[in-house]
Design a protein around this ligand. Structure first.
Ligand code: ZN
Ligand code: ZN
Length: 343
């Protein structure tokens, strides 16, 4: 910008340089962020999710962390769009919007149609477009309606929990609108038992020390590694094939009233302090039964399935007991790694 003098010129030049530097970092960040999601990097260091990883390592706010994961997952299926972002041809924010509509077959036309556009222009180009639409498709006549009724915390929690259950049942993600429709279409009784966490799924388990077969649940047998078995044995639902087997399994199940107490004490949430998971919560024995642990309230703690798994894989350690305070440590915390953004 010609004609700027004095401090204005200095400030402007500094900000232009910062803008360029940020573009370079954004570009590198996009490349590594998508790759990290692709590698499921959080599993390597015992974190509960990629969102948690981004919050802690890159300092993203939770909504942004979730958005990065969502967009990365879309970009993994859209190589041309991903290439645009990674090469710095397209800003992440534009790709984020496009990724909601673009499918592999329409990548090329959308990239050509939006090249050089600002975020605002891209948003305008996408109004009324559905996933799979091309830039010249007719715009939908029934654009989204946003319900503006505010949710109270417990209402939102109930909605999210039920939505997560439906997603788990259907095996795919749902928009809030799709979830609301499904909830409206189905009615579901909520007895007291629903307040308890579901126990781990069905498998056939052969105990290595006593060689007795323990049938946990139903369905076809699945071969699991030791960590996965350890995790399932923390709070299994035991179905015995015979009365003798039932005797051998006696005591392995946590009594229902005790499960209820653990669940209530921990507020039905994973107790890892930096965890945001409120779904797929399981009960863990701090000292496992085969190590002399017992079904005691102070030996049981709620963990989300991801952190529970990380614990049994030795990626997360836990000291103390719930009544006097628990201390968790994972690989990231142990190394006190401080993120450094390379210029
Ligand atoms: Zn466990
Ligand atoms: Zn967790």
């Amino acid at each position: 910008m010609d004609g700027l003098v004095g401090e204005a010129a200095e400030v402007h030049a500094a900000l232009v340089e910062i803008g360029r530097a940020r573009n370079r970092i954004e570009c590198a960040e996009a490349r590594w962020v998508v790759r990290a999601v692709e590698l499921k990097l959080h599993l390597e260091i015992g974190m509960g999710s990629m969102s948690e990883y981004f919050e802690r390592v890159l300092g993203y706010a939770p909504p942004m962390a979730r958005e990065r994961v969502r967009t990365s997952e879309r970009l993994m299926e859209l190589p041309l769009l991903r290439g645009e972002v990674e090469s710095g041809q397209m800003r992440w924010t534009c790709a984020r919007e496009l990724a909601r509509v673009v499918v592999p077959d329409t990548q090329e036309v959308w990239i050509a149609a939006t090249r050089g556009m600002t975020l605002r222009q891209v948003e305008d180009a996408l109004v009324g477009r559905e996933e799979g639409d091309a830039p010249d498709s007719p715009r939908a006549q029934d654009p989204r309606t946003y319900l503006l009724d505010p949710f109270r915390g417990d209402e939102l929690a109930a909605f999210r929990e039920r939505k997560a259950e439906l997603e788990g049942e259907l095996g795919n993600r749902l928009t809030d609108g799709q979830a609301a429709r499904l909830m409206a279409e189905r009615s579901r009784g909520t007895g007291a038992a629903d307040a308890l966490p579901p126990r781990l799924p069905m498998m056939l388990y052969q105990c290595e020390s006593c060689a007795s077969g323990i049938l946990l649940g139903q369905g076809s047998p699945i071969v699991l590694d030791a960590a996965s078995i350890g995790r399932r044995v923390c709070d299994p639902r035991v179905f015995a094939a015979s009365p003798e087997m039932l005797m051998r399994c006696k005591g392995i199940e946590i009594p229902t009233d005790l499960r209820r107490k653990v669940w209530a004490r921990d507020g039905a949430r994973c107790q890892v302090p930096w965890c945001r998971n409120h779904r797929h919560v399981e009960i863990h024995h701090i000292i496992e039964l085969w190590n002399g642990g017992t079904h005691a309230l102070d030996n049981l703690v709620c963990l989300c399935s991801a952190h529970h798994d990380a614990f049994h894989r030795g990626l997360l350690t836990l000291t103390g007991v719930p009544s006097t305070g628990l201390r968790f440590e994972d690989v990231y915390r142990r190394n006190e790694a401080v993120p450094v953004l390379v210029s």
